[in-house]
Design a protein around this ligand. Structure first.
Ligand code: GLU
Length: 281
C-alpha cells in the first residue's frame, strides 16, 4: 500500500493576537496532519513592515502551543527569504506575466467605490477581497517583457474569461473567472517586498506542502495562486478551506479580534479544552 506523504503548514501573520477563528483553522490543520501521519510546519508571515511585531510572533507561538498544537521545527520566517520571492518575481517579469502599475492609492480607492465592484461579504471567497483592477496600466497583449524598476508596484496579468477550477477537499468543486471574480493582482510592491500571493506560492512549493488548510475567506486567493503556480511551473498542492467562524449575529469572529483573542480567554481562566469546545472542532 502506498502512503501519501503529507506536509501541512500553519501560516499566521504576526499582526495581532490570534483569536478563535485562527484557533479553529489551525486546529483543523493540526488534525489533518495527525490523521495523515504527516508533518506540520510553522511559517511566520511577517512581511507587513507596518503591522508585524516580534511580540506577536512570541504570542502566536505560545498560544498555539498552549492549545496543544504541535509542529516541526525550524520555523520558516518569510522576512528572511526575500531573495527567493525576488527570483520568482523576476521570472514572472521576464516571461511577460508581470507589468508595472503606477496607479496611486487614490486611483485604486476609486475602483473600490465603483458600485459594480461591490462584493457580497457573505459569499465565501468574497470576504475582505480586493476589487477587480481596471487594467489601467496593463500593456497590450504581446508587448515585450518589461524591465525591472525599483520603487514600483507590479501586477500579474490574469487570463481574462478563463475559469480557474479546483476541487477543495472540504468544500468541493470551486470555480472563479479570471478578470471577473478577481483581476490583475499585485505580486511585487514598491517597497521591494512580495505580495502575500507571491510569497505564499513560492513558500508552499519550496516547503513541499502537499495540503494547504486555511480559512474560506481565501478561496479566491487560491484561484490566483493556481495561476502563479502555473506561470512559475510549480505543483499545485491540495486545498482544504475551513469555514469561517461567526458569532450569533453572523459577524465574523475576526472582526471582534480583541475580545476573542486566545490570550484573553486564557487569562479569563479557560482551559485549552474549553476554548476548543467554543469552536467545536
Ligand atoms: N498569513 C495568512 C493569514 O493569516 C495565511 C494565509 C494562508 O494560509 O495562505 O491570513
Amino acid at each position: 500500500m502506498s502512503v501519501e506523504r503529507y506536509i501541512g503548514r500553519l501560516a499566521p501573520s504576526p499582526t495581532g493576537l490570534l483569536h478563535l477563528g485562527h484557533a479553529a483553522t489551525f486546529w483543523t490543520a493540526y488534525q489533518r496532519a495527525l490523521q495523515h501521519n504527516g508533518t506540520l510546519l510553522l511559517r511566520n508571515e511577517d512581511l507587513d513592515p507596518q503591522r508585524s511585531r516580534q511580540e506577536y510572533v512570541d504570542a502566536m507561538i505560545e498560544d498555539l502551543a498552549w492549545l496543544g498544537i504541535e509542529w516541526t521545527l525550524p520555523m520558516i520566517v518569510q522576512s528572511e527569504r526575500i531573495a527567493l520571492y525576488r527570483a520568482a518575481f523576476e521570472r514572472l517579469l521576464a516571461s511577460g506575466h508581470a507589468y508595472a502599475c503606477t496607479c496611486s492609492r487614490r486611483d485604486l480607492a476609486q475602483m473600490t467605490q465603483a458600485p459594480h465592484e461591490e462584493t457580497q461579504a457573505d459569499q465565501p471567497g468574497n470576504v475582505d477581497d480586493e476589487p477587480v483592477y481596471n487594467r489601467k496600466c496593463r500593456p497590450a497583449t504581446n508587448s515585450p517583457a518589461q524591465s525591472l524598476q525599483e520603487n514600483t508596484n507590479y501586477r500579474f496579468r490574469v487570463p481574462d474569461g478563463e475559469a480557474i477550477t479546483f476541487i477543495d477537499r472540504n468544500l468541493g468543486s470551486q470555480s472563479f473567472i479570471a478578470g471577473q471574480d478577481f483581476g490583475d493582482f499585485l505580486i511585487w510592491r514598491k517597497d521591494s517586498l512580495p505580495s502575500y500571493q507571491l510569497s505564499c506560492v513560492v513558500d508552499d512549493a519550496e516547503m513541499q506542502i502537499t495540503e494547504v488548510v486555511r480559512g474560506a475567506d481565501l478561496l479566491k486567493s487560491t484561484a490566483r495562486q493556481i495561476l502563479l503556480q502555473r506561470a512559475l511551473g510549480l505543483q499545485t498542492p491540495a486545498y482544504f478551506h475551513a469555514p469561517l467562524l461567526r458569532d450569533e449575529q453572523g459577524i465574523r469572529l475576526a472582526k471582534r479580534h480583541h475580545a476573542l483573542a486566545i490570550r484573553s480567554l486564557r487569562q479569563r481562566g479557560l482551559s485549552p479544552a474549553e476554548v476548543l469546545k467554543m469552536i467545536q472542532v
